[in-house]
Design a protein around this ligand. Structure first.
Ligand code: ATP
Ligand code: MG
Length: 258
C-alpha cells in the first residue's frame, strides 16, 4: 500500500507508528515486529468483525511502497470518526464514573460474544509465561502453569488490552473497539484481571472503582479476578517492559512461602 502525503501521525510506539490516512488508519511496523504477528492482528480483527462486534473493518496487510517507510509491513483498518474514550474522559474528568461505566458495559458486551476460532487464552498465557525464563524462576513459573492447567474452558471474546484508549466514541455516540492484537477466546475474569492490572499501571486511582463496577455489573466475585492476577502479571513481564518489572514481580506469587 501507499501512505499519502496527508497522513497524520496518531501514535508512535517502540515498534510502530500509527497514522490516519483519509478514511484509513495505517499501523506501520518496524523490522522488530514479526510479520506473522501483523497477519495475526489482521485475522483477529476479521474474526471479531465476523461475530458481529463493533470494530473497524480490516482493509489490508501489505508492505508500504515508497517514502520513509518503504518496505515496512503495514496494517490498514477503516478509520472511525470520533475520539477515544480516554480523550473524552480527559476533557471531562468530573464525569469519570460515566466513562468507567461505558468502558465496563462495553467490555461485558464484548465478553458476552463467543468466538471459538480465536487463539485460546490459556495457550497464549502458557506461551507467555514460558517466555519469562530469566525473569521468573522455575518454581514460580510451575505454579503459574499449574494455575492455567485448571482453567475452565470457555470461548468468550477477551480483548486482552481493554483500556480507554482502545475504545472509540464515534461522532454518532456509538462505541467501537480497536487494537485487536491481543484478543483470545477465554474466560472473562482473566480479561478483567488484565484491565485491572493496566489501570494499576496507568491510572492507579481508577483500578478499584473499575473492579467494583466490573464485578457488580458482570455479577462476578472479586476473588475470581484476583485469582488470575499472578498469571496476567507474569504474562505482562514476558513483554520485557522494564519500567514495570518490579511492580509486576510483586504480583506473580501464587503462594506466599513465608
Ligand atoms: N480504526 C480507528 N479509527 C479511529 N482511530 C483509531 C483507529 N484505530 C486506531 N485509532 C487510534 O490510534 C490509536 C493507536 O491505535 P491502536 O490502539 O490500534 O495501536 P496501539 O495502541 O499502538 O497498539 P498496541 O496496543 O498493539 O501497541 C488508538 O488509541 C486510537 O486513538
Ligand atoms: Mg491501543
Amino acid at each position: 500500500m501507499k501512505l499519502s502525503e496527508n497522513a497524520v501521525e496518531l501514535a508512535r510506539r517502540h515498534n510502530k507508528v500509527v497514522f490516519r490516512d483519509g478514511d484509513r488508519v495505517v499501523k506501520v511496523f518496524n523490522d522488530a515486529k514479526p510479520s506473522a504477528d501483523i497477519f495475526n492482528e489482521a485475522l483477529n480483527g476479521a474474526r471479531v468483525e465476523a461475530v458481529g462486534l463493533p470494530v473497524p473493518s480490516v482493509l489490508e496487510v501489505s508492505r508500504i511502497e515508497g517514502g520513509e517507510f518503504d518496505g515496512s509491513w503495514a496494517l490498514a483498518n477503516r478509520y472511525i470518526p470520533g475520539r477515544t474514550l480516554y480523550e473524552a474522559w480527559c476533557d471531562d474528568p468530573d464525569n469519570i464514573n460515566t466513562y468507567l461505566e461505558r468502558l465496563v458495559d462495553m467490555q461485558i458486551k464484548v465478553q458476552s460474544v463467543k468466538a471459538p476460532l480465536l487463539n485460546r487464552q490459556k495457550d497464549k498465557l502458557n506461551r507467555m509465561i514460558s517466555q519469562t525464563k530469566g525473569i521468573i524462576d522455575a518454581t514460580t513459573r510451575y505454579d503459574l502453569h499449574m494455575r492455567l492447567d485448571g482453567m475452565r474452558v470457555e470461548d468468550c471474546v477477551c480483548h486482552g488490552d481493554f483500556i480507554a484508549s482502545n475504545i472509540i466514541v464515534g461522532d454518532d455516540g456509538n462505541l467501537s473497539v480497536c487494537d485487536w492484537a491481543h484478543v483470545t477466546a477465554g474466560i472473562p475474569e482473566v480479561d478483567a484481571a488484565m484491565t485491572y492490572m493496566l489501570f494499576h499501571i496507568e491510572h492507579k486511582d481508577l483500578a478499584e472503582p473499575y473492579l467494583d463496577l466490573f464485578c457488580k455489573k458482570a455479577d462476578v466475585a472479586k476473588q475470581l479476578v484476583f485469582y488470575w492476577l499472578p498469571v496476567v502479571a507474569a504474562a505482562e513481564l514476558s513483554r520485557g517492559r522494564k519500567k514495570q518489572e518490579e511492580f509486576l514481580k510483586s504480583w506473580i506469587y501464587v503462594y506466599d512461602y513465608e
